[in-house]
Write a protein that binds this ligand. Sequence first.
Ligand code: ADP
Length: 324
Amino acid sequence: MIGDIDLKEKTIEKTMEVARTAGGAVKIAKDKLSDAINDHITNPAKEKLNEAKDKKEAQKSNGTCLPAGRDIADEQIKGPETSDKEETKKENKSKSESVIEFKNVSKIYAGNIVAVDKISLTIKPGEFISLVGPSGAGKSTLIRLLTGEEFATSGEVLVSGRDISKLLRKEFPYYRRKVGVIFQDFKLLPKKTVYENIAFALEVADVKTSEIEERVPQIIEIVGLTSRTKALSEELSGGEKQRVSIARAIVHKPKLLIADEPTGNLDPVATWEIVELLFKINNQGTIVILATHDKEVVDSLERRVITMKNGKIISDRAKGKYIL
Ligand code: ADP
């Protein structure tokens, strides 16, 4: 009898060990697969980053060194915190549903200036879109129509099926948090530290101090600035400043990140680091719209390119090029 129990216990223990080992193997395989997918998806930006770094090295030996950049190739964007399972579930659900739609949208400013002219456009979850066009084409107006800073004169801008001009006043702050925007000139608070600039975005949204203390370091790690946490933003390089502004823009886990000429003030290495960071954020399910004049960036991305001219979309290609 005792022998029987011993045998059963040993069998149970053995089975559990096999299960544990199998579980571990599955996790390792999963991690490897996810790394491989990330590597594959971020490849164009990564290749260009390496090219830019090689160029910088060459310039260094010629005595024409660019400002230092850091390698973020191995840094991981973390998904929503695992403790926050409910929110993750909700976000995954809305990820498959949310879509942006412009239906015959026009924006006409005083003086009969037609900034956006009868545009129809659909953006699906997970897309990475370059928005290009000459100055005055209507790109900024299109962006402002999406952020809710402007409303269409005619037509509808639908986000997740809702016309944003019809959102209730009390819904706007929440909507704006779900649309992150970054600009060429960073728009940081110069006398505040990296930490304070990011925390500020949470403070104005009345997020609890304990949550701010938990989330800010996580976001700083995502954008690769942990060692600069206490630096004043005015002491940062251009690339570092843009990382802070990206951190601030993603602090509310937006569904959409709009980058309006984000690399306009950056050297080639910092440019590719920022593009790679945008790619990583996009890989986590955030739609990215990149308004840019950088032909090299657009051509290397091999993603959707929307070209505007005189308020109209003159080209919309899945793996487009900069055609102006
Ligand atoms: P882009 O971002 O492609 O340079 P914009 O959207 O800024 O183009 O501008 C499109 C057109 O609308 C331009 O002719 C511009 O002068 C005009 N415009 C933009 N904003 C305003 C405004 N607030 N009031 C009047 N006209 C504007």
